[in-house]
Design a protein around this ligand. Structure first.
Ligand SMILES: Cc1ncc(C[n+]2csc(CCOP(=O)(O)OP(=O)(O)O)c2C)c(N)n1
Ligand SMILES: [Mg+2]
Length: 419
C-alpha cells in the first residue's frame, strides 16, 4: 500500500445476465431488421466497411420471406438440399449423443442450434476450398456428403477408424473432403488456415481456405497472430467466428463481448468484417459467398461473426443447467435455424409439413442404418480395436531407432506379463 490519497483500483469481472432458475427476457434485444444492411461491392476497402462489424446481416424475416440485397436467390433444389443437410446433422448428433450415453463412445459434441453456420457455409464454398474446422463443424462433412459410417467409425474408435483411435472422438480428418484434421487445442487451426491460404496464393493456385473457431477461442494468441498475417498479406481466407454465446461454462463476456462485437476484431486489423445472423441459413450463405468472391478476386480476407446460440451442452462432459438458465435456449430471439429455413421453403410453396416430417424420418433411418454398420466394427464396449504396436507407427516415414527400441521393450514387457 502506498500512502497516496487515491481510490483503490478494482477489476471488472463480467457476469452473465441469467443464471440457473432465472427468468429470461430478451425484450431489450435490439432485433436487426431483415434486409436492412447494405451489400458492399466485393472489393470495398475494409475502412469503408466498419459499420458492417456492428450491424447484423439478416435475410429471413419473421414470416420466413427473404429480404434485401443479401438475399442469395438460391434455386429451390439448393434450399431443400441445405434443409436436408441441416436435418441430417441434427439427426446424426441425436444418435451419437445417445450412443455416448449408452457407453459406446467416451465423448460427443453436438452443434444443435448452430447447424446453419456450417451447412450454409459449405454450400456457398467450392468443394476444393480447404476447410479448417473446430470441433463443432461436423456440418461441413455432412454437407460435403462424407460417409456417415466413416464419421461414426472415428467416434467409436473402431476397426474402421482410419485415424486408428489416436484422435479424440469427433476430431475427424478427411483429406479428400478438403477437411483439415480437427485439433482439440483451441484456435491452432487459425494460423494453419491463413498459412495454407498464403501458400495457395504464393503458388498462384486458385483455391481459398476457410476457418472456424468459437467466440471463446478468439481470446487465444493464435487467433490474433493469424489475423495479423491475413491482413498483411491479404491472404485468401474466410475467418469465421461462431459466437454461440458460451465457451463451456464461461459466457462470451470473458472473450470481450461486453466491450464490442467479435466482428469488430476485424476493424483493428484492417480486415473486412461482417456480422451475420447465424441462425439464418440465407444470411450465412450470402456472407460466405461474398467473402469467397472477395478472396478469389485477391481483395483479401473477411472475418465473419456468426451470431448464434449453443442450444445444448458444450459436450457430453458438460451440464449447462449448472451455470445458465434453461430459458435462454427456448427464448433465443433469433429462433432455430432449421425451423426458419423450413418456414421459408413452405412460404415459397416448395415444401410442406408432410414432406418435412417424412424427411425427418428418412434422415433418422439413415443414421440408424449407418450406426448399425459402424457398430459391427466395434464400439468402446469391446475394448481396443487397433494392434498395440500401431501406437509407434505413422509418425515418421521410417521408424527411428529409439521408437524401435521402445516398441520392442513394450512387446517384451507384455510377453513377460502374459498379455
Ligand atoms: C488452448 C486450449 N485452452 C483450453 C481448452 C479447453 N476448452 C475446450 S473447449 C473450450 C471452450 C471453447 O469455447 P468457444 O471457443 O466459444 O467454442 P464453443 O465450444 O462454444 O463452440 C475450452 C476452454 C482447449 N481445448 N484448448
Ligand atoms: Mg462459444
Amino acid at each position: 500500500m502506498t500512502g497516496r490519497n487515491l481510490p483503490p483500483l478494482s477489476l471488472h469481472v463480467p457476469e452473465p445476465r441469467f443464471r440457473p432458475g432465472d427468468a429470461v427476457d430478451f425484450a431489450d434485444f435490439d432485433m436487426p431488421v431483415a434486409g436492412a444492411v447494405a451489400r458492399p461491392e466485393i472489393g470495398t476497402a475494409p475502412a469503408e466497411m466498419r459499420d458492417h462489424s456492428y450491424a447484423m446481416v439478416r435475410v429471413l424475416d419473421d414470416q420466413g420471406h427473404a429480404q434485401g440485397p443479401w438475399d442469395p436467390r438460391l434455386a429451390p433444389e439448393t434450399l431443400l438440399k441445405m434443409l436436408r443437410h441441416m436435418a441430417l446433422v441434427r439427426a446424426y448428433d441425436e444418435r451419437l449423443y445417445r450412443a455416448q450415453r449408452q457407453g459406446k463412445t467416451s465423448f460427443y459434441m453436438k452443434c444443435t442450434g448452430e447447424e446453419a453456420t456450417s451447412i450454409a457455409a459449405a454450400h456457398a464454398l467450392d468443394y476444393d476450398d480447404m476447410c479448417f474446422p473446430s470441433y463443432r463443424q461436423q456440418g461441413l462433412l455432412i454437407a460435403r456428403e462424407w460417409p456417415l459410417v466413416d464419421m461414426m467409425n472415428q467416434v467409436f474408435s473402431n476397426k474402421g477408424d482410419r485415424l486408428k483411435g489416436r484422435q479424440m472422438p469427433i476430431m475427424y480428418s478427411a483429406r479428400q473432403a478438403n477437411f483439415f484434421s480437427i485439433s482439440g487445442n483451441l484456435a491452432t487451426q487459425y494460423p494453419q488456415a491463413v498459412g495454407w491460404a498464403m501458400a495457395s496464393a504464393a503458388r498462384g493456385d486458385t483455391r481459398i481456405s476457410a476457418v472456424w473457431c468459437g467466440e471463446g477461442s478468439t481470446a487465444e494468441g493464435d487467433f490474433h497472430s493469424a489475423l495479423t498475417f491475413a491482413a498483411v498479406y491479404r491472404a485468401p481466407v474466410i475467418l469465421n467466428v461462431i459466437n454461440n454465446q458460451w465457451a463451456i461454462s464461461s459466457f462470451s463476456g470473458f472473450a470481450g463481448a461486453e466491450a464490442t462485437t467479435f466482428a469488430a476484431r476485424a476493424v483493428g486489423y484492417g480486415i473486412a468484417g461482417l456480422r451475420v445472423d447465424g441462425n439464418d441459413a440465407l444470411a450465412v450463405y450470402a456472407a460466405t459467398q461474398w467473402a469467397a468472391d472477395r478472396a478469389r478476386g485477391n481483395h483479401g480476407p473477411t472475418l465473419i461473426e456468426h451470431f448464434t446460440y449453443r442450444a445444448e451442452g458444450h459436450s457430453t462432459s458438460d451440464d449447462p443447467t449448472k451455470y445458465r438458465s434453461a430459458e435462454e435456449s427456448t427464448n433465443w430471439p433469433l429462433g432455430d435455424p432449421i425451423a426458419r429455413l423450413k418456414q421459408h421453403v413452405i412460404a415459397l410453396g416448395i415444401w410442406d409439413e408432410e414432406r418435412h416430417a417424412a424427411m425427418d424420418r428418412e434422415v433418422a433411418e439413415l443414421c440408424k442404418a449407418a450406426q448399425r454398420e459402424s457398430e459391427a466394427l466395434g464400439t468402446l464396449h469391446d475394448g481396443l480395436k487397433q494392434p498395440f504396436d500401431s501406437m509407434f507407427e505413422d509418425v515418421f516415414e521410417e521408424m527411428p531407432w529409439h521408437l524401435k527400441e521402445q516398441s520392442q521393450q513394450m512387446r517384451d514387457e507384455r510377453k513377460a506379463a502374459g498379455i
